[in-house]
Structures are given as structure tokens and as C-alpha cells.
Design a protein around this ligand. Structure first.
Ligand code: EPZ
Length: 416
């Protein structure tokens, strides 16, 4: 298994073009099967999760071709409606295909996605919403079997603003009879990107980004050409890398408007952060200050996906910071590894109390999930001595060539 070998202490200095957003491209790739022709997706990041999604598309009978950052998907050969257990277990977020497959094929059979390191990841809200759209669903032998004689519009209220459930509803209802409204919808920017892509295919959706989305069903969708939005979580991770190493960084191709809560916490911790157009500039200004309390919340609150990299940052801040993880039940696995590097962190239920220390020491640490792994990279960049991070296949799920981007800004990081 490959590892990252990082010798800490080099300040990050340089520029990075932010990659396309993993959590936007996955539902948009699922949406391409609804078209009656080829779609062209630009700014598609090179990630393990995107590779897995390409495999799902091919398993369904689509042709997928990648040229650099552009992917061409032609669904005309679509002949399947099943996603096998192996693929579902490798990437549980393939559940996002459910609504699109049952809409396109009238049937969908997927293996239960199961949980992942950060939590049980139930899909009850997805299934409840699909049933309200007229989909018959049976769950047996570890498989979910959906059938539909045509999706009919419905007024759906989500008990929790679930990102995936909101996206599955949009993908199921976009081609349908009638109007579907989703109240208490997730408001993440990736939902807006999905709406914009679907509308570019001929859909009639409005309201994404707010908590009520209105989907006027249409008869068909055509292929479209679209560029994926910037990845706000990857952008925030690189800002944390510059802040923790006392450096400075200019991010290009970013979207600062999606990052209000993130930039507010960063400024509270001391760095000078300037934004303009698609750029974000951060310059460290000496010692980091602790942040009183960071609560992860649905958008526009502080994103759960950046909790762990910012906890690494706070571990070297002067004072005590408290992180409250309200979204996933098991998203503190990076704590033990940060403590192994000398951090002073105590977990009490959903809260982690981080007391700033003078310095971190390099150590052998294990990445157990995507964003926890990113936190270990951030910590290792500032640690004294060498850190060896194993389990980096998790990091590759969401960060494109992270060692090249950070290495181009002065970090001493190698993939072994
Ligand atoms: C998406 O996951 C993202 N993944 C996650 O990013 C992100 O952390 C999460 O949204 C929250 O922003 C993708 O977009 C591929 P949810 P998703 O449904 O859709 C509960 C990363 O690191 N829930 O909004 O699974 C659930 O248990 C990943 O890039 C139900 O109870 O998130 C959780 O507590 C990690 N029943 C909460 O809602 C359901 O049917 C948020 O889940 C669905 C969700």
C-alpha cells in the first residue's frame, strides 16, 4: 500500500488552481444517463471516486472517454439497471444513481450501500422520498429493488436536509409528470451545480441553494456540455496547509462565495485572507489563535468535511478550540493520530476539545477516511521531523495529486 512521506517545517509558498468539486461531479455524472445523447463534462477532477463512477456508468452500458480534465459520456448504449455489490461497497455514494436509473429504466437494483468509517450513512430519507414519487421499493437479501411505471410529481419534505437525498429526488423527478417540490432541501453549492447542469440539459428546476426546490417534470433531456464548480473543501484544505506552516498561498479557480463559514473561521485564527473573483489569497501573520467553538452544520454552516483539517490547524493555535461534529457520528478518527504527533485533544461525545501545543512531531500515522487523512497531511507539513502516512488511498478519493500541488508550493512530500 502506498504512503506519503512528509518532512515538515517548510512554509507553503505558491499558487494552486483548485480542482473540480468531487461532490458536484459525482451526481452530475449520474445525471448524464438521463440524456438522449452525449454529455461533455469539463474540470472533472482525477480522483478514485470519479474512476469508480466511470465504472458504474460503463456497467450500466454507457461509453465513457476521458481526455485530460474532460469526460465524454454517451448513455445511448445504456442497457443495465443494476449496480453490483462490489462497486457499491467500494463507493457507497453510488447510491446517487438510484433515482436516475429508476427514472430512465423503470427499474433499479442496487446493493445496500452500507456504512463507511465516518458513520452508518443510512438512506431512509432517499427511499422515503422515492416512494413518495411513486417508486415501489423492496429491500431484501442486501439489495434494494426499485420499480416504477413513471415518476409522478409529489410534495416532499425532508426530515433532515440530506445532500444525497436532495440529489436523488432531483434526478428521479426531473423527467416525470407533474411538479415536485422539496422542502427542507440541502442548500450546498453542489446542489446548485446539479440544478444548473440539469437545466442545461433542458430541465426546469428552480430554487437550489435555498430550502425549497421546485422541479417541473419534462419529457426528455438532451446531452450537454458543462464545467464542474471548484471544490471548496479541497480549497479550504490548501488554505489550512498554508496557515499551519506560516506560509502564504494564492488559490485560483476557486469560488470564495461558497466558503463564507470557512473563511470566517480562518480569519478568526489570525491569517490575513483576501478574496477577489475566483481567487483567494492567504498570508500567515505569526502565531495562530484558537477558535472558540466550531460547530459543523448543513450549508451554509461550517462544513463537516473540513472539520478534521481545521482541527489539525487548531492543534497548533494558542489557546483552546472546541469542535462539535453534528453531522456524522464517527468523524473523530483522526484525533488519535494527531495525538500521536503530539496534539492535545480530548473527545467527549460529539465534541473535541483541542488545546494548542507548541509544536507537533513527525510520526507513523494511519489515514482511515478521506478528510481525516487530509488532516494528517496538514499536520505533517508543520510537524518537526518525518511523518509517514499510510492508508493514502482514502486521500486519493478526494484530492487530485495532492503531493504534486503541495510539492509545487515548497512542501517536502513524496508518495512511496
Ligand atoms: C454528502 O454526503 C457528501 N458526499 C459528504 O462528503 C458530506 O460530508 C455530506 O454530504 C454532508 O455535507 C457526497 O456528496 C458524495 P447527507 P451525504 O445525506 O449525501 C443523515 C466527503 O468527505 N442521513 O447530507 O451522504 C446522515 O446519516 C463526503 O467528501 C440520514 O439519516 O450526506 C448524516 O448524519 C463525506 N438518512 C446526515 O444525514 C438519509 O437517508 C448528512 O448526510 C440520508 C442522510
Amino acid at each position: 500500500m502506498s504512503k506519503f512521506i512528509i518532512n515538515g517545517g517548510n512554509p507553503i509558498h505558491g499558487e494552486i488552481d483548485v480542482q473540480g468539486a468531487k461532490n458536484a461531479v459525482l451526481p452530475i455524472l449520474a445525471a448524464t444517463i438521463l440524456a438522449d445523447g452525449e454529455s461533455v463534462i469539463h474540470n472533472c477532477p482525477k480522483l478514485r471516486d470519479v474512476d469508480k463512477t466511470d465504472l458504474v456508468l460503463e456497467e450500466l452500458g454507457c461509453t465513457v472517454r476521458r481526455e485530460g480534465g474532460t469526460v465524454y459520456i454517451n448513455p445511448n448504449g445504456l442497457c443495465g439497471c443494476r449496480i453490483c455489490e462490489e462497486l457499491m461497497r467500494q463507493m457507497r455514494s453510488s447510491i446517487i444513481f438510484l433515482g436516475a436509473i429508476v427514472s430512465r429504466c423503470g427499474e433499479a437494483v442496487v446493493s445496500m450501500p452500507g456504512g463507511c468509517p465516518i458513520g452508518l450513512r443510512p438512506i431512509d430519507l432517499h427511499l422515503k422520498a422515492l416512494r413518495e414519487l411513486g417508486v415501489e421499493i423492496s429491500e431484501k437479501h442486501g439489495y434494494i429493488h426499485c420499480t416504477s411505471n413513471g415518476i409522478r410529481g409529489a410534495n416532499i419534505h425532508l426530515d433532515f436536509p440530506s445532500v444525497g437525498a436532495t440529489e436523488n429526488i432531483m434526478l428521479a423527478a426531473v423527467i416525470s409528470d407533474g411538479v415536485t417540490t422539496v422542502s427542507n432541501a440541502a442548500r450546498e453549492p453542489e446542489i446548485v451545480d446539479l440544478q444548473n447542469f440539469l437545466n442545461s440539459m433542458g430541465a426546469e428546476i428552480a430554487g437550489a441553494g435555498g430550502n425549497i426546490i421546485r422541479i417541473k417534470g419534462v419529457d426528455k433531456l438532451h446531452g450537454s456540455e458543462y464545467a464542474i464548480m471548484p471544490d471548496r473543501i479541497v480549497a479550504a484544505t490548501y488554505l489550512a496547509a498554508a496557515a499551519i506552516t506560516g506560509g502564504e498561498i494564492l488559490l485560483n479557480k476557486a469560488e470564495p462565495r461558497d466558503m463564507g463559514a470557512i473563511l470566517q473561521v480562518l480569519r478568526e485564527m489570525g491569517p490575513d485572507v483576501k478574496i477577489g473573483g475566483d481567487k483567494i489569497y492567504l498570508k500567515s501573520k505569526g502565531l495562530l489563535r484558537s477558535v472558540h467553538t466550531v460547530r459543523t452544520m448543513p450549508y451554509p454552516g461550517f462544513p463537516t468535511d473540513i472539520q478534521s483539517p481545521f482541527m489539525a490547524l487548531a492543534s497548533l493555535a494558542r489557546g483552546t478550540s472546541v469542535f462539535v461534529e453534528n453531522i456524522f457520528e464517527n468523524r473523530f478518527q483522526h484525533v488519535d493520530e494527531l495525538v500521536r504527533m503530539g496534539a492535545d485533544i480530548k473527545v467527549e461525545g460529539r465534541s473535541a476539545v483541542v488545546r494548542g501545543v507548541e509544536g507537533l512531531q513527525g510520526a507513523n500515522v494511519v489515514s482511515r477516511e478521506l478528510r481525516g487523512g487530509a488532516a494528517l497531511v496538514v499536520a505533517a507539513l508543520a510537524a518537526e521531523g518525518q511523518t509517514v502516512i499510510s492508508g493514502i488511498e482514502y486521500i486519493d478519493r478526494g484530492y487530485e495529486n495532492i503531493e504534486n500541488y503541495l510539492g509545487s508550493c515548497g512542501a517536502d512530500i513524496k508518495r512511496a
